[in-house]
Write a protein that binds this ligand. Sequence first.
Ligand SMILES: Cc1ncc(COP(=O)(O)O)c(C=O)c1O
Length: 296
Amino acid sequence: MGCAVKIALDGEIFELEEATLAVSERGFLYGDGIFETIRLYGGRAFGAERHLSRMTRSAKFLSLPEPNPDLFTIAEELSRLNGHHDGAARITLTRGNAAAPLRPDQSAAKPTTLVTTRALPPGLEATQHDGVPGRTLPYPLRAEGLALQNHKTINYLPSLLALRDVPAGETPIIETTGGNLSEAATSNLFWVKERTLYTPSLSMGALPGIARELVIELAAEASVEVCEVAKTKSALLNADEAFLTNSIIEVTPLTSLDGEEIATGVPGPLTRLLQELWHKKVVKDIGGYGSPGSKD
Ligand SMILES: Cc1ncc(COP(=O)(O)O)c(C=O)c1O
């Protein structure tokens, strides 16, 4: 493995410092694009079909060109080139270089695709084990029933603002204008009450997370009832346990909210069960959880 980090721009591999984008790139000018963040285990993209199908749905919704499945193969190849076998890949797809006309259906742009990989965040195993504290924001960042919120667009300012406005080390918990729970800044939210699993419904502005989808399936397979709901933060404060999900953090316990412990503040049994079921699913789909290749 060389030292320089490689990326893939429009299907061609470059060293990071050598790749450039045009100033008329619509992703840069207007946030006119979508992205996926994918977890790699042993150099294999986990849940690639689910990510591709979410990206395709969003591309259709926004009249963007549909993503080529090869982008996922490129992500796997890059992860090996960069030594990020057990890491994360990001696939970004924008409408390309055409500042005008503004109307997307009249733009003659050809899409730009960018694939990058990175290592997992430091301390991930410890936070998966111990959990993270949550903090609601003093303002809403989602409204109910807005379709655009259900797409993973490159307009990431709400999440960035949320991250800025909670103390370091805490996870922002986002509410709607109606005072209901929506999700976290970069993950979906779940809680458990009397053996039933709850999560905010997508109409609360939550992203249809790949990890959310998988956890709902794993819970159903384990005969745990799952309810998608509109609930305020008191439901979370009265929960028996709570956790967050995304493709990178998998299932990570949420141990407190606004300084108050959730139940005893210790990760609960259903959280632990779902962590275990996730692990088994990776072994089943990928053939292992991590690989010797990751030490390259
Ligand atoms: C706002 C938001 N919600 C939820 C998620 C979880 O999505 P996924 O499970 O697909 O990683 C993300 C992922 O980055 C996110 O940015």
